[in-house]
Write a protein that binds this ligand. Structure first.
Ligand SMILES: Nc1ncnc2c1ncn2[C@@H]1O[C@H](COP(=O)(O)OP(=O)(O)OP(=O)(O)O)[C@@H](O)[C@H]1O
Ligand SMILES: [Mg+2]
Length: 306
């Protein structure tokens, strides 16, 4: 499948700081790609390079199969973008801001402008307030307006830098639903975030940035695949230990990890011995565990090089 975003050995230096340090991004059609990284790890700098807003120090960027920034005029009309806090004219309404934005870019006919603006405002949940001046908007409403701007041209690819910044849990859930709906409609979504849980709930593919380096990139399902063990919860952990002995890998209160990828077989054994079982599941690493392990491995490598 063709890459929707591909970078090769992409580097951005600010003086002595390598803010982005040789990354190979691989985002495919149909992905909801989560670009995870702590504050200052280089997410926004990467997004700016993808869109041709800053030039890389070295390395290459391809967007929708074409070299950036060279192909920007052809490619960018097919890309909706939201970077950090979007700027708007405060004295104008949300709808007026979007009409200006639409008029400034290529492709959108003025005949359909009013309708398209009303549609995207509705989509992001600003249908009722689109006429109020933007100075009266909360942070979350401004963020939604920025997202509406990104949707105006019905893009094939959405590139969103921390799209849920400033939103409350309800707002975050609404944006998640909206992005999933767009994804079902065929849009590829690339979003940066420093929130593990957000990425874990939303994304099918994950890249993890750690101090400018891409320490992990894979499908979420692969990263959190079953480990081959079974998790058992029981009010009588000591009896499980006595019965299964060496098969018990770990115990934490009422939770035991038992070697073997077949919860039903473990259940049969325990119930056969009269031990009550309150929960059974395949053991999987959480995304947090995977990310911490990758960051630790990468830090070891850096130490070794020094
Ligand atoms: N124009 C600039 N000049 C100098 N240094 C910069 C510039 N832009 C970014 N940096 C530095 O590059 C590093 C990466 O910054 P970047 O904004 O890309 O991180 P981020 O992952 O988006 O962080 P956050 O989660 O806080 O948004 C930081 O150390 C930042 O201080
Ligand atoms: Mg940032």
């Amino acid at each position: 499948m063709s890459a929707v975003i591909a970078t090769r050995a992409l580097v951005k230096r600010f003086g002595r700081l390598r803010a982005v340090d040789g990354i190979d991004l691989d985002v495919r059609a149909g992905d909801v790609y989560g670009f995870l990284g702590a504050n200052g790890s280089g997410k926004t700098t990467t997004v700016r390079m993808l869109l041709g807003l800053v030039l890389p120090t070295s390395g290459e960027v391809e967007l929708l199969g074409e070299r950036m920034p060279r192909a920007g005029r052809r490619v960018l009309p097919r890309v909706g973008a939201l970077i950090e806090s979007p700027a708007h004219y405060g004295h104008l309404s949300g709808a007026e801001n979007l009409k200006l934005l639409d008029a400034a870019g290529p492709g959108g006919s003025w005949r359909t402008r009013g309708r398209r603006v009303a549609e995207v405002l509705e989509q992001v949940g600003l249908g009722g307030v689109g006429r109020r001046p933007v100075t009266a908007y909360s942070l979350g409403m401004r963020q939604r307006l920025g997202l509406a701007g990104a949707l105006l041209r019905r893009p094939d690819l959405l590139v969103l830098d921390e799209p849920t910044n400033g939103l409350d849990p309800q707002g975050i859930a609404e944006i998640r639903e909206l992005l999933l709906e767009l994804h079902r409609g065929g849009t590829t979504v690339f979003l940066s975030s420093h929130l593990l849980a957000e990425v874990e709930q939303l994304c099918s593919r994950v890249g993890v940035l750690d101090r400018g380096r891409l320490v992990l990139q894979d499908d979420l399902a692969t990263l959190t695949a079953p480990t081959g063990a079974t998790v058992v919860r029981t009010p009588e952990p000591d009896r499980v230990r006595a019965l299964l002995d060496a098969r018990v890998i770990a115990v934490d209160g009422d939770r035991l990890v038992v070697r073997g990828p077949d919860p039903a077989a473990v259940n049969a054994l325990l119930v056969g011995a009269g031990i009550p079982v309150t929960a059974l599941a395949l053991d999987r690493p959480s995304l947090e565990e995977v990310v911490l392990a990758a960051a630790a491995t990468s830090a070891d490598r850096v130490e070794a090089v020094r």
